[in-house]
Ligand binder design. Structure first.
Ligand SMILES: [Zn+2]
Length: 180
């Protein structure tokens, strides 16, 4: 998801923009992950599949596994409480009304948390990548400095080798702008 395309992004911390036209060639896809600036061991599609083979390092994959495990727990625990509550109130061990309140609250909070966490495990969110409405650039927010430098190298190479493709986003600051 992105905003209305007006280019108003609050934090310009290591914002990296890569032209979709370059990424489509496959030759200029980064080799380092966005979050940690480390070499990729996994390749996943991002931006609704429009960019293939995006790099993720083992730490990215671990983050994904942990978030998914916590998301599953957040969804499962309320149902365990539900079953326990039904049994305990049917047995007369606990009063029915407070048990209902606690269980329904836990279900709401647990499922919402689970949904939020699962959304954060999508490859695009892990890569902090989005495509504004113009569809011309992949925008990455909060890139690791090593990734930003790597992306700047790729853009310089592209400017030499693919002069017909515009490598500068008109709205967003480039990695070079951030670094120097
Ligand atoms: Zn990583």
């Amino acid at each position: 998801m992105c905003d209305s395309g007006g280019g108003h992004y609050g934090r310009a911390v290591n914002v990296v923009t890569l032209p979709m036209a370059l990424l489509a060639t496959g030759y200029y896809t980064p080799k380092l992950c966005v979050r940690h600036g480390e070499p990729a061991t996994s390749l996943w599609p991002v931006a609704s599949g429009t960019v293939r083979d995006w790099p993720f390092c083992p730490r990215c994959m671990k983050t994904r596994r942990v978030l998914r495990a916590v998301a599953v727990a957040c969804a499962v625990v309320p149902f365990v409480l539900l079953v326990a509550g039904v049994i305990l109130s049917a047995e007369g061990v606990l009063p029915e009304k407070p048990v209902q309140n606690v269980v329904s609250g836990a279900l709401g909070v647990g499922l919402l948390t689970s949904w939020v966490l699962l959304a954060r495990t999508s490859p695009s969110r892990l890569a902090r990548a989005s495509v504004p409405d113009s569809q011309l650039f992949l925008v990455i927010q909060g890139a690791h400095p090593a990734f930003a430098a790597h992306a700047a190298d790729l853009l310089r190479a592209a400017e030499r080798e693919q002069p017909a493709v515009p490598t500068r986003a008109p709205v967003f600051p480039t990695a070079e702008g951030q670094l120097g």
